[in-house]
Design a protein around this ligand. Structure first.
Ligand code: NAP
Length: 411
């Protein structure tokens, strides 16, 4: 078989997060070194401006022009690469043609979607083609859901070493986080709220903790879900709902399902934000829970949704400043408990703001992992999760090159 000219193409290189990713890849791999990568997007002029901003002359960083709706152009792009990273979102609006073409042409793919309803649609529509062609498709390779998915994977590895068995219950708590969000993320959130408001069946599907697990997978265990303020005795603090749990918990459950229930058939998982102790913690938890509910209600109703989009949320292409990205960080705590009551605590941290500085580094390393570490791995085509596709290989890359830490906390 002929070797394509590129190892990896970044589709959507001119997006807010794509620009950060492109800079990161240039720093990590150079522009025309042994790792052959290229940038792609719908606008030749914007791609050239991005390349110029990196101080690279024409020809030093190849450019591919393709519109997300132009299947023929996407097919040409896929013919020229082994891996595509996509940051073109909202994925539910623009993402399907590329997933379809990757699945049909055997091109490996990873992205940043957190749109669970879209992921479900893609698995149903394109998994047979991906299995046949050998394309490995990995959604959710950013802050949602790499730290959660790999955090649970890491905890379960250590639990098996220590206790000889996995933890049947794991809680993830966000201890601290600093970061903003971009127009692209805002547009994706608003689009999910819009679709869900108009479709009761979709609301039911979104509420199903196993909604993206393989068909027929339905363990008889009720999943915990933090939907309001409450006290968590395991952490000695008040907790509030965590907005990303809606996607992260689904990915973690899919990882368990794809790994033949390696976390247990009764595995339970939830996520929440730690808000502190005493009256101060309680007030903060209640305030955050109420604010989140207000945001969801505002997003569900057309007039308030319009006001949110118009006056509150950032526009596409906008996002946190370079200074805010640099000052951002996150600190996630995991508590695992085995069926016989033994516990294990794990901490996962990242530098830079979670949604952009850190997300770009995670996505870049996920793409590099597909192109460099897993090319000959023999892993078959299909829709994977970060933990089941990358596991230890990505943890090593993230710790070495992306500012993440994974550690066991001793009591
Ligand atoms: N999982 C996570 O942690 C995480 C974090 C950050 C972002 N995200 C997601 O990543 C996505 C990108 O976010 P962002 O803030 O970077 O978005 P953004 O700045 O609004 O960028 C959207 C990109 O889509 C491109 N695009 C739109 N229509 C297109 C078409 N028809 N053909 C080709 N390209 C098209 C735009 O091209 P132009 O540049 O030419 O306008 C732009 O590059 C969003 O879906 C967001 O939800 C996820």
């Amino acid at each position: 078989m002929k070797t394509p000219p590129h190892d990896l193409i970044v589709f959507g290189a001119t997006s807010f997060v794509g620009q950060i990713l492109t800079r990161y890849l240039a720093e990590q791999f150079g522009a025309h070194g042994r790792f052959r990568w290229a940038i792609a997007g719908r606008s030749e002029a914007k791609l050239a401006a991005l390349r110029n901003s990196l101080g690279l002359a024409a020809g030093k960083l190849p450019q591919v022009v393709a519109d997300a709706a132009d299947e023929a152009a996407l097919r040409r792009m896929c013919r020229d690469t082994r891996v595509v990273i996509s940051t073109v979102g909202p994925y539910a609006l623009y993402g399907e043609p590329l997933v379809k073409v990757c699945a049909e042409t055997g091109t490996d793919y990873c992205d940043l979607t957190g749109e669970v309803q879209w992921i479900r649609r893609m698995i149903h529509a394109h998994e047979p083609a991906a299995r046949k062609s050998g394309a490995r498709i990995v959604h959710c390779c950013g802050f949602d859901s790499i730290p959660s998915d790999l955090g649970v994977y890491f905890l379960q590895q250590r639990a098996r070493e220590r206790f000889g068995r996995p933890c049947t219950e794991v809680k993830m708590r966000v201890k601290a986080v600093r970061g903003g969000f971009s127009g692209g993320t805002a547009a994706s959130m608003v689009n999910v709220m819009k679709e869900a408001a108009a479709n009761p069946a979709l609301r039911k599907e979104i509420a199903d903790p196993y909604s993206i697990c393989p068909a027929g997978y339905a363990p008889a265990v009720r999943q915990p879900n933090v939907t309001s303020a409450g006290y968590d005795a395991d952490f000695g603090a008040w907790v509030a709902p965590f907005v990303m749990s809606a996607i992260n918990t689904r990915i973690v459950q899919r990882s368990n399902a794809l790994s033949k229930q390696s976390y247990g058939k009764d595995f339970r998982y939830d996520e929440a934000m730690l808000m502190g102790r005493g009256l101060k913690g309680r007030t903060a938890a209640m305030g955050l829970a109420a604010g989140l509910l207000g945001f969801m209600l505002a997003g569900a109703l057309p007039p308030t949704r319009w006001a949110l989009e118009r006056f509150v949320l950032p526009a596409p292409g906008e996002g946190p400043s370079a200074e805010d990205q640099r000052k951002g960080f996150y600190d996630l705590r995991f508590l695992g408990r085995t069926s016989d009551g033994r516990t294990l605590r794990v901490k996962v941290t990242g530098d830079r703001d979670p949604g952009y500085g850190s997300t770009a580094k995670m996505l870049g390393q996920a793409g590099a992992c597909l192109a460099l570490d897993l090319a000959e791995s023999g892993r078959p085509g299909g829709f994977w999760t970060p933990a089941t596709m990358f596991g230890d290989q990505l943890i090593e890359r993230l710790v070495a090159h992306s500012g993440l830490t994974f550690e066991v906390l001793e009591d």
